[in-house]
Design a protein around this ligand. Structure first.
Ligand SMILES: *[C@@H]1O[C@H](CO)[C@@H](O)[C@H](O)[C@H]1NC(C)=O
Length: 402
């Protein structure tokens, strides 16, 4: 017969284990910063009629474009694109098990001239080695003061040996990107977006806390976590060590990022908000949060509407079913649809979201970024897992771009 006192200890342990199991999420909330997001907050643009999507053309050569930035002075869109089949194997925001059966991942950048409607693949020069992985994600461009012939292109790269920000120089009118700096730092770990601040300085968001491994699996399985992500400011001046520091509060899933003057906009793709920060005295590593705007949907990339300084936020009105999209990349926009919307947050209306464009997913599906060229009144929308990776839409005359 079992010893009665040992039996009661076992019964007590079993009861405690059962209680912990049943109350696991509550325990994580109380002790580990797990949060609950009210999903009804993320349905504000669901079940609405389409808007301003009547004249869109999908490009069928570039695929899987996650981000786009329009250079307004030349009416040229710059796009970070890639390979849907590769992303199903390796794209750390979504698939993070390093895939070893590939010699190299080599995704592409494109430019699209909105005046002549021509797309050109950009050739990469100066990569550290011929088998250097290029897996694109966030993208930003920056003017070079005093030189109107060139721009800098900042790009997130997910090489299998670690994330980096690539800084390229591009002479306008050419098809070349020359790598001038590959910036690595432990704080650039699950990079999502990049926003240039100076020639060698930028903000980034990470979209997870743990890049890979068992901790990452636990992070994904039991989150969202209030502490998981934030905005980092990094400077990589020539001849100096790379310095990165956290400059925002933490949020569950920092994603889109854009800078306009002294303002920094950071979107969250889990809780559907855009946090607005101001650089105190114009100092980029001293950010003060001045507003948090509920945008009513999962918020992805943020671009700045040229001439206004207002952010354009691309959102998923019906949510983003990433596992479904990853298992059906060939069907995206064919039989699997992810509706999309572009919102403008007008500063003069205290950043209240205003719907600029909505599509039910038949033209612009799984769209992660959209930028607008006010001069040609064209919108370029990027779809990050899809074959046919971007679409160009002529916007109707009733859309006010001032
Ligand atoms: C999207 O809208 C178009 C035009 O109204 C319609 O033809 C199409 O069937 C719709 N597709 C979906 C997936 O709702």
């Amino acid at each position: 017969m079992p010893n009665p006192s040992r039996l009661s200890v076992l019964v007590a342990l079993a009861a405690v284990s059962l209680w912990c199991y049943l109350n696991f999420v509550t325990i994580l909330k109380a002790t580990a910063g797990r949060i609950t997001i009210d999903s009804t907050r993320l349905r504000r643009w669901e079940n609405l009629p389409d808007v301003a999507n009547g004249q869109c053309v999908v490009d069928t050569v570039a695929n899987a474009c996650e981000d786009v930035n329009i250079h307004a002075a030349s009416s040229t869109a710059f796009l970070a694109c890639g390979d849907p089949a590769g992303r199903v194997q390796w794209f750390p925001s979504a698939r993070f098990q390093p895939s070893t059966n590939r010699a190299v991942f080599r995704e592409q950048f494109f430019k699209y001239d909105l005046k002549t409607q021509t797309r050109t693949e950009l050739q990469l020069h100066g990569l550290p080695s011929p088998d250097h992985d290029i897996v694109t994600h966030g993208l930003d461009i920056r003017a070079i003061p005093g030189d109107n012939s060139k721009i800098l292109v900042f790009a997130v790269n997910h090489a299998r040996n670690g994330d980096a920000i690539l800084i390229f120089e591009h002479t306008l009118g050419t098809d070349a990107l020359h790598l001038v700096r590959e910036v690595r730092h432990p704080a650039i770990k699950c990079a999502n977006s990049v926003a240039a601040v100076g020639p060698r300085s930028f903000y980034i968001t990470n979209d997870h806390y743990y890049p890979r491994g068992i901790l990452r699996q636990l992070e994904d399985r039991f989150g969202p976590w209030s502490w998981a992500t934030s905005v980092q400011y990094c400077s990589a001046e020539e001849g100096q060590e790379v310095v990165c520091e956290e400059v925002s509060d933490t949020m569950p899933c920092a994603n889109g990022l854009a800078v306009s003057g002294n303002l920094v906009f950071a979107g969250d793709s889990k809780n559907g908000s855009v946090s607005i920060y101001e650089m105190e005295n114009g100092v980029p590593n001293q950010l003060r949060r001045i507003n948090v705007v509920d945008v009513g949907a999962i918020a992805d990339n943020i671009k700045i509407l040229a001439g206004t300084g207002d952010p354009l936020v691309t959102v998923f009105p019906d949510g983003e079913e990433l596992p479904l999209f990853l298992s059906n990349v060939s069907a995206l926009g064919q039989t699997v649809f992810a509706p999309t919307a572009v919102l403008r947050l007008r500063k003069e209306r205290n950043f209240e979201p205003e719907l600029i464009l909505r599509d039910n997913g038949s033209l612009l599906t799984d769209m992660t970024a959209a930028d607008i060229d006010p001069k040609t009144r064209m919108l370029v929308g990027a779809s990050f897992l899809k074959y046919g990776g971007f679409a160009v839409c002529q916007l109707p005359d009733n859309i006010d771009m001032s």
